[in-house]
Design a binder for this molecule. Structure first.
Ligand SMILES: [Zn+2]
Ligand SMILES: [Zn+2]
Length: 373
């Protein structure tokens, strides 16, 4: 059931801290007592790699600029696995993962904008930006110097409810079903942002790696109108890449000569973190072409800048995308029916789902579905 009365409880309240999210926008005053329902059922791990247990999490009052969302589904991403294991040395415990959330707005802080109670929204990796730094004022809220991350600065979507700053909640177009759309808010925006910024329909493009990110990139680039080549890991299914939108499919360990024959490419999107030598790909760039890297933990780039100088090519990298790009991505995905291919698990099977993701066999994303309380 939707909780529509929280915002009334908080009417006229002062700006307050959220003891879990630790996100304060504006001045901080003495906190007001937490409403009685500030306990949230969540799947919690108490230490790196420990199994998740379902129990209540105490959260403080809803901050003035936050909204609360009742979770319908939540994708399970490789970043959740890394965070659960504390691979990046920045996890906090008790840990609640999940940052690809679809749900309904159930409460709105007194100064939150842009959404209404009951509205279906999606949440992703970020949960707050300062809104005053240079990047924020330029509209690049995802490059803010004081970014909040949902599963680091608060708790994630493997819970009955979750909170975020209103600027990082996005209305979900009707054409995108809740059971599938979650991964668009992490993997989807990650691949779409550089495509929207750098790619033209006339481009010949390549996607290196056809996994959680790559299978979405192929769909977006095909609908953009590009000629698309997929470079799949040896042994991967060639026909799947074609079905997703690749016009040509080659192995990712193709020789430099084969790569040059397949190219030249105006845009090469590296979506895998596998330790692939990217030098042959740089040699396959077209005049003014771009090699764009998304895979976190990719092998160091090892090629001479001469490769780039000779044809005015560029190398770049990015993470996620701005709120504006998120809206564009959702509209484009809805128009072209672009959705991730997912394996669904009930939320109560969260430990099995983490095992499945760790096995590397999931095709292509995993989405956890909320169950009745
Ligand atoms: Zn993610
Ligand atoms: Zn900022």
């Amino acid at each position: 059931m939707l909780r529509q009365d929280h915002s009334i409880n908080l009417q006229g309240s002062r700006v307050m801290d959220d003891s879990t999210a630790a996100t304060v926008y504006g001045a901080t005053h003495a906190p007001i007592p937490a409403p009685p329902d500030n306990r949230i059922l969540a799947w919690i791990a108490d230490a790196p790699g420990k199994p998740f247990e379902r129990r209540e999490l105490m959260v403080g009052p809803l901050a003035a600029e936050q909204i609360e969302v009742t979770v319908e589904s939540c994708g399970l991403c490789a970043s959740d696995l890394a965070m659960w294991r504390n691979q990046w040395q920045r996890s906090r415990y008790p840990f609640v993962g999940g940052h690809e959330i679809i749900g309904r707005v159930s409460a709105i802080g007194t100064r939150a904008l842009g959404v209404t109670v009951g509205q279906r929204v999606g949440l992703g990796w970020y949960s707050g930006s300062c809104l005053v730094c240079r990047a924020c004022r330029a509209g690049h809220l995802h490059q803010c110097q004081d970014l909040k991350r949902l599963i680091i600065d608060g708790h994630g979507g493997f819970a009955e409810r979750v909170r975020t700053h209103w600027a990082w909640a996005f209305p979900v177009p009707e054409a995108l079903p809740s059971a599938l759309a979650g991964p668009l808010f992490c993997g989807g925006i990650t691949v779409f942002a550089p495509i929207a910024e750098f790619v033209h329909p006339t481009h010949r493009v390549a996607v290196v790696g056809v996994g959680g990110l790559g299978h979405l990139a192929l769909q977006f680039l095909n609908r953009f109108g590009c000629e698309v080549t997929a470079f799949v890991e040896p042994g991967a299914a060639v026909d799947e890449a074609s079905t997703l939108g690749a016009h040509h499919v080659l192995p990712s360990d193709s020789s430099a000569a084969d790569l040059r024959r397949a190219g030249p490419f105006d845009f090469i999107l590296v979506t895998t973190a596998a330790l692939i030598d990217l030098a042959p790909f740089a040699h396959a760039l077209a005049h003014r072409g771009r090699l764009h890297v998304l895979g976190v933990g990719c092998a160091p780039l090892a090629f001479s800048p001469d490769v780039l100088m000779s044809n005015a090519a560029q190398v770049s990298a990015s993470a996620i995308g701005s709120p504006g790009r998120m809206l564009d991505m959702l509209a484009f995905a809805a128009r072209h029916r672009i959705l991730p291919q997912v394996e669904s698990f009930p939320m109560s099977s969260i430990n099995d789902a983490f095992d499945r993701l760790a096995s590397g066999k999931a095709r292509y994303r995993i989405v956890m579905q909320a169950e009745a309380r």
